[in-house]
Each structure stands twice: as C-alpha cells, then as structure tokens.
Design a protein around this ligand. Structure first.
Ligand SMILES: Cc1cc2nc3c(=O)[nH]c(=O)nc-3n(C[C@H](O)[C@H](O)[C@H](O)COP(=O)(O)O)c2cc1C
Length: 414
C-alpha cells in the first residue's frame, strides 16, 4: 500500500459519530492522536491552540448541558475541549494588526477595535484557531478506528467556566472521541459543485473526469499494478483453498485474455483473469463451445459482500459477448467459492478430488536408485468415488492444511 493511502482511507472513513461504545481509549493511542494536533499548521506558527482531555463523568455531563443539552456527548469516553489562548487587544502584535487590516479591511477592523470591551474582538478572531489542529485530531482518531464529532453548538463562556479556564483562554469547540456504536455516512455534493477553474464562471473539468471517493472502478490490469495485484492476491489466497501454487509474479496468458482489476479509493480490492479457448475443451471441460476460462478470481476479504465479484463477472460477460463467447468455466476447491457459484445459479459440470500424496516406498526407492530422483510429494487428482481405494495404496496427506479437497467445475452461460 502506498503510504498516502492510509490518509485517504482515514479521510474517507471519517464521519461524525454521536453514539459510542463504552470501551476506553488506550492512553498511548490518545497520546498519538493528540500528537497529530501538535503538528498542525497555525498562523505565524503562533500555536495558540490548547486541548483539554476530559474524562471525568460529571464534567462531561456539564459540558454536554452547556452544548445545548446534546447529552450524547457525555457518552463518549473522552471529550476533547478545543481551546485557544486569546491575545490581549492592547498587546496585539504589529504583524497581527497588519494581517487583520489586510484581511478584513481597515474600516471593519477599526469597528471591531472600538467595541466597549476590546476582548470581544479577540474572542471572535480566535474562533478558527482550534479548527485545523482539531481536524488533525479527527483524522488521526479515524486512522485508529475512533469516531468523533465536532460540537460548535455550545455556550463558550459556560464551558470555559466549567473547565475553570483563565479569562484569556476560551473553549470554542468540544470533540467527543470513542469507538463508534453507529455507522452513518452523510452525502456530499459532487466535486463539480464545490470547485471552479481560474474564475467563478468556469468549471474545472477534472472534477467530473475521474472517479470519486467510494466509486468502484473496474479497469484492465497494467504492468505497474503488479506489486499491488500480488499483495491483494496474497490476502485472498491465504483465506481461500482455491489455489495450489503460490504466485511470485502476475500470471500471463498465451491466448486472448482479459485481466481485470477492481479498484476502490486507489486500492486493488478484486481481480479476475479470463483466457479464451481457441478450441472447445482446450482449457476447460465443456466440449460444445469455446469458453472463457477463469484463472484468477478473488475479492479482498474486507470488501467481500459488496457485490464486487458480481460486477467482475458482469464485465467479463460483456467482454466475452463482444467476442461471441457465451460461456465461462469457474473451477474451485474452496467451499465458500463453490457456494457462491451455486448461489449465482451456475451449473456443476464435474467434481473430483485433489490431494497431496507420497509415492509408495518401493516406487520411490526405485526412482532414487535408478535416476537419483527423490520425489518428496506429489499433487494428484482422482474421480470422486475413488479416494477410499487410493487411501489404502498411497500415503495421502490427511492433516488439516493438506487434506484432500473436492474441486468442482461450474459452467456459466448467458
Ligand atoms: C464547526 C462544526 C461544528 C459542528 N457542530 C456540531 C454540533 O454541535 N452538534 C452535532 O451533532 N454535530 C456538529 N457538527 C457535525 C456536522 O453536523 C457534520 O460534520 C456534518 O453533518 C457532516 O457529516 P459527517 O461529519 O458525518 O460527514 C459540527 C461540524 C463542524 C465542522
């Protein structure tokens, strides 16, 4: 995985959480999350942000009351009080004055400064101080699977009193943190509505040219995908009995073939390789017509059940149809895969045993003596009713990891 993908996963998976499990957050995890805030940028590197870590039940309840009675806040094991140190108006640095005059215009700035309580200006101007470090906290929490929610609907004076803050420190936002007890994704406007190019009336074409976060993209495999493809393949292969050989490189094919990957938020989460027979029966079992033979097919375990396999099959179907092929063959020793193919209505064509065995000792001995050929283990197949007979004659491996498995071939037609 490319390093930045961790960040994008956190960005995409973060959402406001308002129901929490009671599970505590480990102090070292919380420390790591707060470190993220420390590395946030701030104007002039002023670092005027300060964060209160609130775990006391009574204090959490009082804060929730001061947040317009949003009592769910007190459910979180930790509430971060996002505060800022206010500057004293009479001590506002020349640089800060210059910045504020430029930003707001001299007239507005003078109007603020003329308030009977000069404190008001600093109170308002420092509102944004905890926002960027707070956003870092949210993302760091999301990266640890911890949910959070900004709380800006609150009485700043009241929460600052509850936290016993000095007058020149105010709490602007609360951020409850905890392991989520709810899953809710809120919709977003399309990127095209949120962007413009150069000047207001022009649209930024790239906004619609590329897939958005959360879109599943099916596309042809490219040589640059090899490392990512193998990493995904390995994750699938260790949880499946479908493969006998280990891949150390992406398999390639002699005949016309389709090598597809399913990509989700920049990561390969599924794959399918189909090779077309030139003559019926060349690769597969069916003899009546050429098939698209499925060599590689899988979906990463954390994305199973999302319809990705179905979409890969549909894409292969379309590609084969364009080549006048109306049939695919799927073979697997994996029971979960077999159940899935049956669920899709595929027809079983054939089944046989596949197993590992040692040769009979006399045969092995003879080969050793004649040819200096030490055959350690063989991989074999036999008809479905034949295994008991072989078991008496050969040393067939029976232990859990190498036990005989039934391989079933399925015919899929459209
Ligand atoms: C500055 C700010 C203040 C917010 N205040 C509250 C709040 O007081 N209560 C609340 O339930 N959610 C609050 N939210 C959360 C938003 O409702 C939420 O971010 C938005 O609906 C988008 O949903 P999402 O974060 O799950 O994508 C606040 C968000 C921001 C950025």
């Amino acid at each position: 995985m490319k390093k930045t993908e961790h960040l994008f996963t956190a960005l995409y998976n973060r959402r406001s959480v308002r129901h929490f499990k009671p599970d505590p957050i480990a102090p070292e995890v919380l420390h790591r999350i707060m470190e993220a805030a420390r590395w946030a940028p701030s104007g002039g590197n002023g670092q005027a942000h300060v964060f209160g870590i609130v775990t006391d039940e009574n204090t959490k309840r009082a804060l929730a009351q001061a947040a317009g009675g949003q009592m769910w806040i007190a459910e979180a094991p930790v509430v971060i009080a996002c505060c800022a140190r206010l500057y004293k108006p009479e001590e506002e640095s020349e640089f800060s004055q210059e910045v504020n005059r430029l930003r707001w215009g001299g007239e507005a700035y003078d109007w603020f400064r003329s308030s009977p309580d000069p404190h008001h200006m600093a109170l308002l101007f420092m509102n944004s101080t905890p926002l960027i470090p707070g956003a870092y906290i949210q993302l760091a929490a999301a990266a640890h699977g911890i949910g959070s929610c900004w709380v800006g609907f609150l009485n700043i004076a009241q929460v600052s009193d509850i936290l016993q803050l000095p007058n020149d420190v105010r709490c602007y936002y609360l951020m409850p943190l905890g392991y989520p007890a709810e899953e809710k994704r809120r919709p977003r406007k399309p990127l095209s509505e949120l962007t413009f190019r150069d000047t207001w009336n022009q649209s930024w074409d790239a906004a619609i040219a590329y897939p958005s976060f959360g879109d599943l993209v099916l596309r042809p495999y490219q040589p640059a995908d090899e490392e990512a493809w193998l990493a995904t393949w390995a994750q699938v292969a260790v949880t499946s009995r479908a493969w006998v050989v280990l891949h150390h490189g992406k398999p390639t094919y002699k005949r016309e073939s389709l090598e597809l990957v399913a990509e989700y938020n920049g990561e390969i989460v599924g794959f399918m390789d189909v090779e077309i027979e030139s003559e019926p029966g060349e690769l597969g079992y069916g003899k009546d017509s050429c098939c698209g033979f499925i060599w590689e097919f899988g979906v990463r375990p954390d994305h199973q059940g999302e319809g990705i396999a179905k979409r890969l099959i549909a894409a292969a179907e379309e590609w084969l149809s364009a080549r006048s092929i109306r049939r695919m063959e799927f073979w697997s020793m994996d029971e979960q895969a077999q159940a899935y193919y049956e669920h899709l209505g595929m027809q079983e064509m054939e089944r046989h045993w596949q197993f590992y065995t040692r040769l009979p000792q006399d045969v092995n001995q003879g080969m050793r003596e004649q040819d200096k050929f030490g055959l350690q283990i063989a991989f074999g197949t036999c008809p479905i009713d034949h295994l008991p007979a072989l078991k008496g004659k050969y040393r067939i491996r029976e232990d859990e990891l190498e036990k005989p498995l039934i391989c079933i071939g399925y015919d899929y037609r459209w």
